[in-house]
Design a protein around this ligand. Structure first.
Ligand SMILES: [Zn+2]
Length: 525
């Protein structure tokens, strides 16, 4: 460590500027982008969230003092299990599909945004000065930027083991004595408390929407007329039990559910008055396309396909929910939080889980949005019989293959005759592939421009003639759909971890929000 002391000739005050060699190295290292982002953090933009946090902290400190006595509860553990089972979103059709957190409200605002800055914390929040919001917020964001899970124990590890990180966040690493000082690196308990307050008062979520909005306002995210969506899973930090229940038709069924527990420390939990709760609400069995089952949490992701930018990731109330049910409520949620985006959108791309006529109609009626879903070829078998001469098969997606092994070009539909039209493709010299084909004498002896085939709509009942998946336009649009997979990879692998360390959907949503905050801050740099 070098200490440079310079004394200005016009002033009696010595200006002490401490330069740490490690910090300078990081400043010059292009691989350590997290360092520069945190160093040049535009804290002026975060005064409002900071004041909000300090007010929430004040509210939190007061409200923990007054705990209401619970009402008597005679429910047995197995009754609790069944009650919780039937209130899950996959069982109760009136329950919300997307996770909706009930954020705590602040009763009294005492801290004003202008009064806070990095290292300048409100004086009277009842006793000791609190830890700096800006430093804590940067610590969580920094953890993501470095590719770690934004969770308290990880943040605490980083702050105590990487002193350049602690300094650039705004903490002073001089914990020689154990006494509390608001500028020193916080204890794990204080970091946990910050995360808890940010989660319970909905501050991670508020900040996430602010980050997205800022990127739109600054033109970092540009206008697009399409959205793309998909779901993704994270591994739950919990176990499950398999429950038997009787459904509405009187049939016995089985379902995996999180274990039940009580959120109290009573000795006799079987008989105490507190209610039974799911140990990990929101977790459920997710069946992947290969049949693999995962015990986890599920999130829905929406973004702009051309730029490949994720706009939001929201937890699904019950991970066992079918993918096709999550798109509509998530789009509604997005438009509510980002109303400026709503008029831009006229098309949404999704995988075959949303290949559903009723859902498409709902999008059209409600938002004038065309929902384009990949065609699900697994539902239908290829057609191999009663085909025109020279043709071998039509795949489930409507691609016609001839006996010469060529895929015919789809040309369009004739609605007056109710037929799809195909023509043999041209080779690289713009000559029909039929000209050199050994099947030509049987298939199309007279043709000069190559074989033309018509297929009746009836032969492909699962294909909608207005929007056939074999059309070039359809294929070109759906080429943009996989960009959502890259967004998911960025959020799940590059900026965090798909193994959760906490239970419950509120924590899961906070985890997604923290990751998205870092994602949108990174977009700006
Ligand atoms: Zn209890």
């Amino acid at each position: 460590m070098l200490a440079q002391v310079s004394i200005s000739p016009h002033s009696q005050l010595p200006l002490i500027h401490v330069v740490n060699e490690d910090d300078q190295l990081l400043s010059n290292n292009c691989d350590a982008s997290w360092y520069l982002i945190l160093k040049n953090f535009p804290w002026e933009n975060y005064r409002e969230p900071a004041a909000f946090y300090y007010n929430a902290l004040y509210d939190f400190n007061i409200s923990t003092e007054q705990k209401a006595a619970p009402k008597a509860n005679k429910e047995s553990k197995s009754e609790g299990r069944q009650r919780l089972l039937f209130s899950r979103a996959t069982m109760d059709k009136s329950a919300s599909v997307m996770h909706e957190m009930k954020a705590k409200r602040i009763k009294k605002s005492v801290v004003l945004p202008q009064s806070v800055a990095p290292g300048v914390v409100p004086k009277r929040l009842g006793g000791k000065k609190p830890k700096c919001f800006f430093a804590l917020f940067k610590s969580f964001t920094g953890a993501c930027l470095m590719g770690f899970a934004p969770e308290p124990e990880v943040v605490h590890n980083l702050l105590t083991s990487n002193l350049s990180f602690a300094r650039v966040c705004g903490f002073i690493p001089n914990n020689i004595d154990e006494r509390y000082w608001y500028r020193s690196i916080p204890s794990l308990r204080k970091i946990e408390q910050f995360d808890q307050i940010m989660t319970e008062y909905g501050l991670w979520s508020r900040n996430k929407w602010e980050e997205v909005r800022r990127n739109i306002e600054q033109g970092i995210i540009k206008k697009e007329n399409e959205l793309v969506g998909d779901t993704t899973h994270y591994h739950a930090y919990s176990g499950f039990e398999t429950l038997s229940y009787v459904d509405a038709k009187g049939k016995e069924k089985k379902k995996s559910q999180s274990k039940v527990t009580k959120n109290c420390r009573c000795e006799d939990q079987e008989n105490c008055p507190h209610p039974w709760e799911l140990a990990d609400d929101g977790a459920g069995t997710i069946v992947k396309s290969n049949g693999k089952m995962i015990w986890g949490h599920k999130a829905s992701v929406l973004g702009f396909p051309r730029q490949g930018v994720a706009l939001d990731a929201t937890a699904i109330a019950d991970a066992a929910t079918f993918d096709g049910e999550t798109l509509l409520p998530h789009v509604e949620m997005l438009f509510e939080n980002l109303p400026e985006v709503k008029p831009w959108i006229n098309r949404i791309l999704y995988d075959s889980a949303c290949d559903n006529g009723k859902l498409k109609k709902t999008f059209l009626d409600r938002f004038e949005i065309e929902l384009k879903a990949s065609f699900n070829p697994r539902r239908t078998k290829p057609v191999t019989e009663n085909l025109p001469v020279g043709m071998a098969k039509i795949t489930a997606s409507g691609n016609l293959i001839c006996n010469g092994g060529f895929e015919m070009d789809y040309k369009g539909a004739r609605f007056d005759f109710e037929k799809f039209i195909y023509q043999a493709p041209f080779d690289e010299n713009k000559v029909s592939v039929c000209s050199g084909c050994p099947h030509k004498p049987l298939c199309s002896p007279q043709s000069i421009k190559g074989r033309v085939v018509t297929i009746a709509f009836d032969m492909l009942p699962s294909i909608h003639p207005d929007d056939p998946p074999m059309a070039k336009r359809f294929k070109a649009i759906m080429m943009r759909r996989p960009s959502v997979e890259r967004m998911i990879k960025r959020l799940k692998r590059d900026l965090s971890d798909d193994r959760l360390r906490k239970r419950g959907n509120d924590s899961f949503q906070a985890y997604l929000d923290k990751t998205l905050i870092a994602y949108h801050i990174l977009l700006r740099s």
